[in-house]
Design a protein around this ligand. Structure first.
Ligand SMILES: [Ca+2]
Ligand SMILES: [Ca+2]
Ligand SMILES: [Ca+2]
Ligand SMILES: [Ca+2]
Length: 422
């Protein structure tokens, strides 16, 4: 639906009907001390309804499962990608809600911030925002208007600040109060109202808490059970009822568990023990809206997919990918099933694994050249995930618009190396 459609009417009529949640991608913050918890989630169908190419009409899709207490089918945007996760402005930055994902930039030295509103490989508009020195951030859609917002933590003072965004403008800014400086936080939607919530974890003490959000207001702040410091977590959607859940992994013992969330109530389910010392990422690789777990042993290069169903995994061994390769999770052919982008930063080699559950179709990418960093999103809004390459030494940027037959790569504006892209 075009962005000129009044946001209020959609929000009012659809907030309680459905939401979409996702977790994916190693790209939601720049403080590398949190590298293992860089995941996102949160969405709303009311938001989704406002997205698309401008000619997208509100439609309905059939979900492949029964959604307790809700009438099917759900009124989710039948836009260019069938996945509510790919369409979510809480997961992929879209500051003006036009369905074309945008770029957010942070200057690691000065704290300057910048937005590029993207139209494919063109920068349609650029805006410089408030300087936020010594901070890290996450994106979400905290007021469910279909436009991506930003939450910040000042790493010295612990002050949390919310920006509600409208294109290149901060439409509303508020302090959320102060937490322990450096406290880990992440975005989720624990009550399924489409307004992104915040999960906070003290990785030292193991204390956890949840903030339910309504724009810049914390409507509820509750302590959750403690999970000691050997546990790591990722936000996902496992029931699926579109209230975000939490996947837990004990790095010492390999124990795994899920917290099925209902607002600030967490119901724990134990999973198989697996993967002590392995890394993991999340994505819905078979398009059933249930988050799956992609395990990787970075020492041996082994990869194992846990296809999740009913909160229990089916383990599928995937091919081994050697040391030096990193993965990003996106949907490069636009079929609503997440795929894997493999890239070797040292050699410049790249591969896309198009996924259908555990069935893999491999597609080699042109060599990017060494030392290229990448961020992914759908910059032209056609439903498939595109790639922004960044030369970390020169600051040169390039956009590859995904097309499995004829991907095109063109240069975009250069930004000096101290800028990090999101
Ligand atoms: Ca918003
Ligand atoms: Ca919420
Ligand atoms: Ca796909
Ligand atoms: Ca695209």
């Amino acid at each position: 639906m075009p962005s000129k459609t009044p946001a209020k009417s959609n929000t009012d009529t659809l907030t309680t009907d459905n939401t979409g949640i996702y977790t994916a991608l190693s790209k939601n913050e720049f403080d590398t001390s949190y590298a293992d918890t860089r995941n996102l989630s949160g969405s709303s169908a009311s938001s989704l309804l406002e997205r698309g190419n401008g000619d997208i009409t509100t439609g309905q899709i059939d979900l492949p499962f029964d959604l307790p207490g809700r009438a099917l089918p759900l009124p989710i945007n039948n836009g260019p990608n069938p996945s509510p996760y790919i369409n979510s402005p809480a997961i992929f930055a879209d500051f003006n809600g036009d369905g074309k994902d945008d770029k957010f930039w942070y200057n690691n030295q000065t704290g300057e911030t910048k937005v590029w509103l993207m139209d494919g490989s063109n920068i349609a508009a650029e805006g410089n925002l408030t300087t936020m020195a010594g901070s890290n951030f996450k994106i979400g859609d905290f007021n469910a208007d279909g436009k991506t917002d930003v939450v910040w933590q000042n790493l010295e003072t612990g002050e949390m600040t919310m920006w509600l965004m409208d294109g290149t403008n901060i439409s509303s800014q508020a302090s959320l109060g102060t937490v322990t400086p450096g406290l880990d936080y992440n975005v989720a939607d624990f009550n399924g109202d489409g307004k992104t919530d915040i999960f906070l974890r003290n990785q030292t003490t193991g204390e956890n808490s949840a903030w339910l959000m309504d724009g810049t207001t914390i409507t509820s702040a509750e302590a959750l059970a403690t999970k000691d410091s050997s546990w790591t977590y990722t936000i996902g959607e496992f029931n699926p009822n579109f209230n975000t859940d939490i996947f837990w992994h004990n790095t010492a013992t390999g124990e795994n568990a899920i917290w099925l969330m209902d607002g600030t109530i967490a119901n724990e389910t134990a999973l198989d023990t697996f993967g002590a010392g392995w890394d993991y990422k999340m994505g819905d690789f078979n398009g059933d809206f249930v988050t799956d777990v992609l395990w990787r042993n970075s020492a041996t290069g082994e990869n194992v997919l846990w296809q999740m169903s009913g909160s229990q995994p089916t383990a599928i061994n995937l091919d081994t990918v050697g040391a030096g390769w990193q993965s990003d999770i996106g949907d490069f052919n636009g079929d609503g099933k997440m795929d894997i982008l493999w890239h070797n930063q040292a050699t410049g080699e790249g591969n896309v694994w198009l996924m259908d559950g555990g069935n893999v179709s491999k597609n080699e990418l042109p060599n990017s050249g060494p030392y290229m960093e990448k961020t992914i999103a759908d910059y032209d809004g056609d439903g498939d995930t595109d790639i922004l390459w960044r030369n970390s030494a020169t600051g040169d940027n390039f956009v590859t618009l995904a097309d499995t037959k004829n991907p095109t790569t063109v240069p975009v504006a250069t930004l000096s190396p101290e800028w990090s892209s999101f």
